[in-house]
Design a protein around this ligand. Structure first.
Ligand code: BG6
Length: 255
């Protein structure tokens, strides 16, 4: 639209798409780090795009975090005419209940009069416990829904910020720091080259599962996430749609 062209945002979108070599980039004006309403705008932009790509029946896997919580805030009941099922992308991950994927799924389902499922699996438990969990009938069902999701909406975090938020053990913290992690997504920590230096052991969507998913929205803004976004986008599936803000886009383009 004209408004977007005047603000120079569409130029940014084109350049960013070229630099990051991804399917699409959607840029909203402002800086998420400075004004909280920008997160809501990221949410709206993501949903606007998604609306045109819904099928009759959809399984939407979501991660937690404050940005994806803002996507939930921006959801409206006009999504109710399609069948939607919201599932958390991965079990556990994080301690902040309000911004956990399980809670976000619940809000999303409520706002659209649709269904959701929960996955309560603790992080960092032994292999045996995982095997046990995976075979629980309800968990088994949730896992199969996650694997057949046609849409994923996920956040990208700055590595150290996320590690601290998750009350990461000293040993794992060392791996993250010594591995020079700058980005985090889905419980995976990445260095500047997009190599995995640590991974939170939990069930649900694994990085390789993303390749089978049609619509992938990575939603993250704010200058503080410049390195994180750049690093994650190096390994992100090429059909990822990045929804981000103007401030960090300019920083990424500066190189
Ligand atoms: C999450 C995702 O919950 O949100 C993480 O699972 C991501 O991968 C994080 O790093 C980002 O959080 P926020 O609050 O910055 O949106």
């Amino acid at each position: 639209t004209m408004m977007r062209d005047i603000s120079g945002v569409s130029d940014l979108e084109r350049s960013l798409k070229k630099t990051l070599q991804t399917r699409d980039c959607i840029v909203v004006p402002g800086n998420t780090d400075e004004s909280s309403w920008v997160k809501y705008e990221l949410g709206r932009a993501c949903l606007n795009h998604m609306k045109d790509h819904l099928k009759e029946q959809n399984i939407i896997a979501v991660t937690g975090g404050t940005t994806i919580a803002a996507v939930a805030d921006a959801l409206t009941s006009d999504f109710s005419d399609k069948e939607l099922l919201f599932v958390p992308a991965r079990g556990g991950i994080g301690t902040d209940v309000k911004n956990q994927a399980n809670s976000i799924c619940e809000v999303m389902a409520e706002k659209t009069n649709s269904k959701h499922m929960v996955l309560y699996v603790p992080d960092q438990v032994s292999e045996n416990i995982y095997e046990f969990f995976k075979n629980e009938p309800y968990v088994f069902e949730v896992l199969s829904k996650i694997r057949s999701a046609n849409i994923v909406i996920h956040g990208i975090g700055e590595a150290i910020t996320m590690a601290k938020r998750r009350k990461t053990s000293e040993d794992d913290m060392r791996k993250i720091v010594e591995g020079k992690a700058v980005a985090e997504a889905f419980g995976y920590y990445f260095n500047e080259n997009g190599e995995v230096v640590h991974k939170v052991q939990t069930i649900g969507l694994q990085l390789e599962d993303l390749n089978k998913i049609d619509m992938i929205y990575a939603v993250a803004g704010g200058e503080s996430k410049a390195k994180a976004i750049k690093a994650y986008m190096k390994i992100a599936p090429k059909n990822t749609i990045l929804v981000t803000d103007e401030a960090v886009s300019k920083l990424i383009l500066k190189g």
